[in-house]
Write a protein that binds this ligand. Structure first.
Ligand SMILES: Cc1cc2nc3c(=O)[nH]c(=O)nc-3n(C[C@H](O)[C@H](O)[C@H](O)COP(=O)(O)OP(=O)(O)OC[C@H]3O[C@@H](n4cnc5c(N)ncnc54)[C@H](O)[C@@H]3O)c2cc1C
Length: 382
C-alpha cells in the first residue's frame, strides 16, 4: 500500500495522541476499569479520527479507506487494548451504517457531534442469549404511532456505561431468522434505558463494558437507520468494517510486542549470554515475524481492494481469523520468553496477553469466521 506525505502527517498526529494523551494514563485507566471518553474523544475528533471516510458535510474527512488503515495501525501501538477498542467502536463499528444509510436529520443530530468527539456511542448487537448467532436476538421494538417501544437486554456493550447513544439492533416484525430486524438509534438518556451492570473482564480493562436494559424505551420511528427490516443486512456490512479495524490494530500490536520482547531478550542474560543469543528463541521469533509480515501484506492488499470498491468480505473474514490466532501465538511467546517477568503485572506483557485474547472472540469468534469461509467455499452442500 502506497502511503503519501498526507498519510504520514496524519500518522504523526495519531502517534502524538497515543503517546501523549493515551499511554501516560494506561495504568490509571486500567485500574479504574474505565477511561474518560468525553475528555479524550474531542482530541481525536479534532484530528478527524472518527469520520475519516464519511461525508464532509457532517464533519467527516471524505478520505478513502487507506487513512483508516493508518489510524488503526497507530492505535494498535497503544499500551493497552481497551481504549483503542472504544475508539474503533466510535469510528468504525457503531457509525458506518448511520453514515451510509441514515437520514440527513439523523446524521446532523447524531453523526456530526459523534465525529467531533462530543458524543460517545456504542454498537449494541449482542445479547445475554445471542452473540455468535445474531439471528437469535430477542430485543423487540413495537410500533406505537410514530414511536418504537423497545424492550430487551444487550450484553458486552463497549463504552456502555458512558455512551450518549447506542446503535441498536432489534426485531421490528414477527418474521424470524435474518428478516425483520432494524437498526435504531437510542439516546441513553431516554426513560426506560439503564445500565444493568458494568461487567468485570479478564482484559481490555480500560474500556468499560456493560449489560444494558431497555424497559419500554420509547424513541421516534425516524430514529431508524435506513430501511426498516434491513437491520441484519446493515449489521453484516458493518461487521466487515469492524473486522478490518480489529486486524489492522492487531497486526501492529503484535509487531510491537515482538520488538519489545527482543529488547528485553538482548538485555536479559542466562547461561552467560543474552537470552537473544539462543538460536531457538531467534528462530521462534523470526517465524512469528514472518507470519506478521504476511498478514500485514494481506491486509494492505485487502485495503487496496476495498478502496477500489471490491467486495472484501472473504478477505476480511480470513484476516480476522488469522489475526486473532496469530496475536495469541505472539502473546504466548512473549510471556514465555520473559519468564517470571512475563507472568508479573510489572511489565506490559501480561496485559497484552490478556487483551489480545479477545481477538479470537469479539467481533465474531474464530469459529464464526470458519463458518463463513466454509459457506463461501460451498462446503457442506453435498
Ligand atoms: C470485551 C468485549 C467487548 C465486546 N463489545 C461488544 C460491543 O460493543 N457490542 C456488541 O454487540 N457485542 C460486543 N461483544 C460481544 C462479542 O461480539 C461476542 O462475545 C461474540 O460475538 C461471541 O458471542 P457470545 O459471547 O454470545 O458467544 P457464543 O455465541 O455463546 O459462542 C461461544 C463460543 O462458541 C463457539 N461457537 C459459536 N458458534 C459456533 C459454530 N457455529 N460452530 C462452532 N463453534 C461455535 C465459539 O468458540 C464461541 O466463542 C463484546 C465482547 C467482549 C468480550
Amino acid at each position: 500500500m502506497l502511503f503519501t506525505s498526507e498519510h504520514e502527517q496524519f500518522r504523526t498526529s495519531v502517534r502524538r495522541i497515543v503517546e501523549e494523551e493515551i499511554n501516560p494514563y494506561a495504568d490509571e485507566w486500567e485500574a479504574a476499569e474505565i477511561f474518560p471518553a468525553h475528555e479524550l474523544f474531542p482530541k481525536l475528533g479534532a484530528i478527524g479520527a472518527f469520520g475519516l471516510e464519511y461525508e464532509t458535510e457532517y464533519g467527516g474527512g471524505g478520505a478513502d479507506h487507506s487513512f483508516t488503515v493508518v489510524l488503526a495501525e497507530e492505535l494498535g501501538r497503544a499500551d493497552m487494548g481497551g481504549v483503542p477498542m472504544a475508539i474503533a467502536v466510535q469510528a468504525g463499528m457503531a457509525t458506518p451504517a448511520l453514515a451510509r444509510f441514515g437520514s440527513d436529520e439523523l446524521k446532523r443530530e447524531f453523526l456530526a457531534p459523534t465525529l467531533a468527539g462530543d458524543l460517545v456511542c456504542s454498537i449494541a448487537v449482542s445479547e445475554p442469549g445471542a452473540g455468535s448467532d445474531v439471528a437469535g436476538i430477542r430485543t423487540r421494538a413495537v410500533r406505537d404511532g410514530d414511536d418504537w417501544v423497545i424492550n430487551g437486554r444487550k450484553m458486552w456493550i463497549t463504552s456502555g456505561t458512558q455512551s450518549d447513544w447506542i446503535c441498536l439492533l432489534a426485531r421490528t416484525s414477527d418474521e424470524g431468522g435474518y428478516q425483520g430486524m432494524s437498526m435504531i438509534i437510542v439516546p441513553t438518556d431516554t426513560p426506560g434505558f439503564s445500565v444493568g451492570r458494568k461487567l468485570k473482564k479478564m482484559g481490555n480493562n480500560s474500556s468499560d463494558t456493560a449489560e444494558l436494559v431497555l424497559d419500554d424505551v420509547r424513541v421516534p420511528v425516524r430514529h431508524t437507520i435506513g430501511e426498516e427490516g434491513r437491520g441484519f443486512q446493515m449489521q453484516m456490512a458493518q461487521f466487515q468494517d469492524e473486522r478490518l479495524w480489529i486486524c489492522y490494530m492487531a497486526v501492529t500490536g503484535a509487531r510491537r510486542a515482538i520488538d519489545r520482547t527482543m529488547e528485553y531478550l538482548h538485555m536479559r542474560e542466562a547461561f552467560g549470554k543474552p537470552l537473544m543469543a539462543n538460536q531457538y528463541i531467534q528462530y521462534t521469533l523470526s517465524e512469528l515475524v514472518a507470519e506478521i509480515d504476511i498478514l500485514h501484506g494481506f491486509l494492505h492488499l485487502t485495503a487496496e481492494r476495498y478502496v477500489a470498491g471490491e467486495d472484501v468480505t472473504r478477505a476480511a473474514t480470513v484476516a480476522k481469523l488469522k489475526s486473532g490466532r496469530l496475536s495469541r501465538q505472539v502473546a504466548d511467546a512473549c510471556v514465555q520468553f520473559h519468564g517470571g517477568m512475563g507472568y508479573a503485572e510489572d511489565l506490559w506483557v501480561a496485559r497484552y496477553f490478556r487483551d489480545c485474547r479477545l481477538g479470537s472472540i469479539g467481533g465474531g469468534a474464530d469459529e464464526v469466521m470458519l463458518r463463513i469461509i466454509s459457506m463461501l467455499e460451498g462446503m457442506g452442500k453435498r
